[in-house]
Design a protein around this ligand. Structure first.
Ligand code: S3P
Length: 441
């Protein structure tokens, strides 16, 4: 994919449905009683992997573009799949399905592509085994062979990594446990779409906040076994996909962009406040609620970076905001190259365990464009005010790296080429087409 520099971004877009919410809506609809219609379902390849796995487990699903009809199999309705369940590139599919399958009275095998088979799975194996499932793996990695148990034993589980996939996995297992399952995490850090979607499907989820001085911890509790009631879901536009457009428009002076009906869950919308602290203009408007998720429109005005944006000192992102920005950090590294003081991202070691090692990928790509970048075990520091040069960039088979590189290429002087850019379709097949529709040169 060849990308030429842009002058500015102008237009109005509605984006495909949120990937995280789409996975959850499909999985919960699959085990609900009755038929669910999912509107604006994500077009991501990852979400197609979820639908395919659910079909293999005996769930009848009809899809027409972004409209998906799921005939719920009910709490005891999933059936063993004769073939392995292929989760493709999708960590959410594998980790959340593992939770659902741990509580079935049959054996399932979950596998995925090379990237997914190299990602850490002990974080879900360990709690699921404590609940009574038995899981064989390739030294803590997929393929996972899950011998389920029904019912599972409930647990009280303190999360070791801030991960919504792990939290969701345990909650989904808890649906098939007899008694109270509790997950403990730092408050408001990981996305709470599973909790919201369970409530939407008529099932009670308790969230208790315990204060410890400055910090607070949440206990998320459910009482199993559960029965869910089918209910139509309207899925908001994906804010993590929106981020690439927001960042490009905010950085290119004279831009004007309106993104309609985007998910603004507070565990996902940190990107807007972070850009605002850098003096960039990205605002949420027309706030409302849809299927138990906050949504709104996002208006981005391109004042561009000024001499004072973010101040002269290096801006630092670390601590609880890291989990709230986890999928936005590659794009933020690009923002850092334009800020007077640059940007340091720390305590983000999790980035090394995503679809690629995202720290190494951004360090290499931004250096190739002439930015000054320092690499740390847990992050990176980008020196600011770089005049990026067009270069040959590597997507490393990671959708968010492909799209972050595309944004950097719009800001650069001269042409860039992104090798393997097609992997953007893992989360956002329409990305390059929509980008061309709003870029002015
Ligand atoms: C996701 C959670 C995050 C995120 C991923 C989607 C989810 O992963 O990076 O893109 O849908 O729950 P972790 O839970 O591993 O942090």
């Amino acid at each position: 994919m060849k990308i030429h520099p842009a002058r500015r971004i102008r237009g109005r877009l509605a984006l495909p449905g949120d990937k995280s919410i789409s996975h959850r809506a499909a999985m919960l609809a699959a085990i609900a009683d009755g038929q669910t219609r999912l509107s604006n379902f994500s077009t991501a390849e990852d979400c197609a992997s979820t639908l395919n796995c659910l079909r293999q487990l005996g769930v009848s699903i009809e899809r027409a573009g972004a409209s998906v009809k799921v005939n719920g199999a009910g709490a005891r309705g999933l059936r063993a799949s004769a073939a392995r369940l292929d989760c493709g590139n999708s960590g959410s599919t594998m980790r959340m399905l593992a939770g659902l399958l741990a509580g079935q009275d049959f054996v399932s095998e979950l596998t995925g592509d090379d990237s997914l088979r190299s990602r850490p799975m002990r974080r879900v194996i360990e709690p699921l085994e404590r609940m009574g499932a038995s899981i064989a793996s390739n030294d803590g990695r997929a393929p996972l062979r899950i011998s389920g148990r029904q019912p599972l034993a409930p647990i009280r589980y303190e999360m070791k990594v801030a991960s919504a996939q792990v939290k969701s996995c345990i909650l989904l297992a808890g649906l098939n446990a007899r008694g109270r399952t509790e997950v403990l995490e730092e408050t408001g850090v990981t996305r709470d779409h599973t909790e919201r979607m369970l409530r939407w499907f008529g099932f009670a989820v308790e969230t208790l906040v315990e204060r410890h001085g400055e910090a607070s911890r949440s206990v998320i509790a459910i009482d199993g076994p559960a029965r869910l009631k089918a209910r139509d879901v309207m899925i908001p536009g994906d804010i993590s996909s929106a981020t690439f457009f927001i960042v490009a428009a905010a950085l290119l002076p004279g831009s004007e962009l309106l993104l309609e009906a985007i998910g603004l869950n507070p565990t996902r919308s940190q990107i807007l406040s972070t850009l605002q602290t850098f003096g960039l203009d990205a605002q949420a408007t027309n706030l409302r609620e849809q299927s138990n998720e906050p949504i709104g429109d996002i208006r981005v005005g391109g004042n561009g970076v000024t001499a004072t944006s973010g101040g002269e000192a290096t801006n630092v992102l670390r601590g609880p905001v890291i989990a709230r920005l986890i999928d936005e950090l590659p794009a933020l590294a690009v923002v850092g190259t334009q800020l007077p003081g640059g940007l340091e991202i720390r305590e983000a070691e999790e980035l090394r365990h995503k679809e690629s090692d995202r720290i190494s990928a951004m360090v290499c790509n931004l250096r190739a464009m002439g930015a000054t970048v320092e690499e740390f075990d847990d992050g990176l520091r980008v020196g600011g005010r770089a005049r990026l040069r067009g270069a040959r960039l590597e997507a490393r088979e990671d959708h968010r790296i492909a799209m972050a590189c595309a944004v950097a290429a719009l800001l650069a002087e001269g042409e860039s080429e992104i090798a393997g850019a097609g992997c953007a379709s893992v989360s956002f097949p329409e990305f390059f087409q929509l980008l061309e529709a709003v870029v002015e040169r």
